[in-house]
Write a protein that binds this ligand. Structure first.
Ligand code: HEC
Length: 252
């Protein structure tokens, strides 16, 4: 092919030649064509995205990705929207992954809606670190309701945390217990703090986590699904949080 291009065949004619090559060798022919003709072959190569062979379409997309040509992202977006093969769509996502950050965000968020789980996984892999804030939102979009159910079933089966070996200072444990009673923590979280329905288990969670999250409910920097904990913590003075956390972390 390379040699043929130096014989003055134009890109269109070369693509016609590539199409005439037997299907198993066509991706290779496409590559040689690219190596021989470079960017000027791109518009003609683009037509081969209509080829019936998936590997040919993958080869063409790879070339667009390598070329760094500004048209690459538009070409890849088109494939992502319309190609029937998950492998080809995943290749399109890789091409998009190489593009500039702004373009990537829109295209990847669209790819996260893809019906094929492998295509969504490829998009997730390519979520750039620079997208920090948006990445979580996009990831959630990629999870179907079934994924979320599987995920919560899995978490629900994890073993409960064990109480620490250190039984705690008796006087401090008593103070914490009295506070838990005073503020009715047990009415919602259960007598043994094992939780129920939408109320989480808090028994034997880490003391530092408990203290931190209670403080955050109090100053409203942690928002629950409802206002229950903010209401509860409104009545609890800041200086009692440490004893509550101490007790709940060690409760047996
Ligand atoms: C009116 C019911 C109710 C009462 C009373 C209550 N809680 Fe809660 N608690 C909840 C609910 C509901 C949640 C889940 C909140 C959310 O949506 O994030 C929660 C969450 C928590 C969490 C976060 C758990 C986690 O895994 O992040 C902690 C810690 C907690 N409660 C401690 C307490 C303590 C300590 C008390 C008593 C001072 C208390 N709760 C009283 C209903 C209650």
């Amino acid at each position: 092919m390379g040699a043929l291009s130096s014989f003055g065949l134009d890109a269109r004619e070369l693509v016609a030649l590539a199409t005439a090559v037997e299907v198993n060798h066509r991706p290779e022919a496409v590559r040689l064509l690219w190596q021989g003709s470079g960017r000027k072959a791109l518009p003609a190569l683009r037509k081969l995205l209509g080829d019936t062979s998936g590997p040919v379409r993958v080869a063409v997309l790879d070339i667009f990705g390598e070329s760094g040509d500004p048209s690459a992202i538009e070409v890849a977006n088109g494939v992502l929207e319309s190609d029937s093969s998950p492998v080809v769509r995943a290749t399109a996502i890789r091409v998009i992954g190489r593009a500039g950050l702004d373009q990537r965000t829109t295209s990847l968020s669209q790819a996260l809606d893809d019906p094929d789980p492998d295509v969504r996984a490829t998009a997730v892999e390519l979520l750039p670190h620079g997208m920090a804030g948006q990445a979580g939102e996009l990831l959630l979009k990629a999870l179907t309701d079934d994924d979320l159910r599987d995920f919560s079933d899995y978490i629900a089966k994890l073993p409960k945390p064990a109480p620490p070996a250190d039984a705690g200072e008796p006087a401090r444990m008593q103070r914490g217990q009295a506070l838990a009673k005073q503020y009715l923590c047990n009415t919602c979280h259960n007598g043994d703090f094992s939780g129920k329905e939408n109320v989480p288990r808090i028994a034997n969670q880490r003391q530092d986590y408990l203290a931190k999250t209670l403080g955050e409910y109090k100053d409203n920097s942690r928002h629950g699904y409802d206002g229950s904990m903010a209401d509860v913590m409104g009545a609890v003075p800041q200086e009692q949080i440490a004893d509550l956390a101490y007790f709940i972390a060690r409760v047996r």
